[in-house]
Design a protein around this ligand. Structure first.
Ligand code: ATP
Length: 358
């Protein structure tokens, strides 16, 4: 098993700084996501790890070995691309065996390895087909089998599911998680899809303008975003400006006065000083009620008017106007009756309100 370490890695293309001073440690056997919007530098970072692009500065280590100057074929990293990149003139088995031919593996061993790899991705019965006789999901499975067949030290995945439809994406997400657990292989997975990152990752690096804005487990980046950018990128949220009054309690909660009234919120240590703060409140941190409730368990009770409402079956998304704010509220298990234009009562759950860097 192989760990990965990036030390102040930077890549400039003329004037463009694509990757800016990125340092990252990925323990062996873990599934690390690089998550960010288009153009943030995540593919360039992945290509530097693979060896296709040389860093302008900084160093890359595989299990403590400096590979910065090594060409791709000396790094033993497998790669899965967005567009599958299968050879159309080769059968499925020949595609999977390609990396083994390059490594001059003896025929009998190669046959076994191809069989094992196809079995891993549940494609054994398609060994003799041509890639163009397969669906998109099946082609992506073959691409995965090809990338793991030579037992790479690292598996690098570049938006592997973005060409698949929603149902297949879900199915392949589960497959990738299973394969990651089965092979215990260190994987670096690039995507702009936060659901993919939240559902699969051991750790997520949220990238913006070539820099890691936050690194953490899916729950950490979702529940404890450091910045407005991360809070917004990783899911829906509401931002409310306020002023932190007195000191925080032992658990890090303080009272913030805002247009919505006094809100109890988690204040990260770096922001624990009296003064202006920005609060992030997830739509599901606001609970709807048929009638106004007294403040309980640190929750703040509020009333507003529903100005937009979308029924989604298992949930409904409402926009509620309250004291000059338009709050997004997510209601689980809605009754289905329209709330549009009506007065609604709700509570803000303090545990899920957090101050972020503006
Ligand atoms: P996407 O999700 O759209 O692929 P990305 O986050 O992977 O985006 P990169 O492809 O890494 O982003 O690009 C980061 C920045 O570097 C962009 O501004 C891009 O235009 C620039 N860039 C990437 N490759 C090159 C290149 N070969 N020459 C010049 N500029 C490049």
């Amino acid at each position: 098993m192989t760990s990965l370490r990036l030390e102040s890695v930077r890549k400039c293309f003329d004037e463009t700084v694509a990757v800016d001073d990125v340092s990252l440690e990925v323990p062996s056997g873990s599934l690390q996501f690089l998550l960010g919007s288009s153009g943030c530098g995540k593919t360039t970072l992945l290509r530097m790890i693979a060896g296709f692009v040389a860093p302008t500065s900084g160093r890359i280590f595989f299990s403590g070995r400096d590979v910065t100057a090594l060409p791709p074929e000396k790094r033993n990293a497998g790669m899965v691309f967005q567009n599958y990149a299968l050879w159309p003139h080769m059968t499925v088995a020949q595609n999977v065996g390609f990396g083994l031919d390059v490594r001059k593996m003896p025929t009998a061993m190669k046959r076994t390895r191809i069989g094992e790899s196809l079995e891993l991705v549940r494609m054994s019965q398609y060994a003799d087909r041509s890639p163009n006789q397969l669906s998109g999901g099946q082609q992506q499975r073959v691409a995965l089998a090809r990338a793991v067949a030579f037992r790479p030290d690292l598996l690098l995945l570049d938006e592997p599911l973005s060409n698949l439809d929603a149902r297949l994406r879900l199915e392949m997400r589960a497959e990738i998680r299973r394969i990651s657990l089965e092979l215990k292989m260190t994987m670096i997975y690039v995507t702009h899809d936060q659901h993919e990152a939240l559902s699969l990752a051991d750790k997520v690096a949220v990238i913006s303008a070539g820099r890691i804005e936050q690194l953490g487990t899916p729950a950490e980046v979702y529940q404890r975003p450091r910045t407005k950018f991360v809070a917004e990128f990783i899911g829906e949220t509401n931002f409310v400006d306020g002023v932190l009054g007195g000191p925080c309690d032992a658990d890090g909660f303080g009272i913030v006065s805002s247009n919505l009234g006094s809100l109890r919120a988690f204040i990260p240590e770096r922001l624990r000083r009296a003064g202006p703060v920005v609060l992030s409140i997830r739509p599901e941190a606001i609970l709807m009620h048929g009638e106004s409730q007294n403040t309980q368990h640190g929750a703040t009770a509020l009333t507003g008017r529903c100005i937009d409402s979308v029924y989604l079956g298992s949930s409904a998304q409402h926009i509620v106007e309250v004291r000059g704010h338009r709050l997004k509220i997510s209601e689980t298990n809605p009754t289905g009756g329209s709330l549009l234009g009506t007065e609604v009562h709700f509570r803000v759950i303090a545990d899920q309100v957090i101050a972020v860097d503006g």
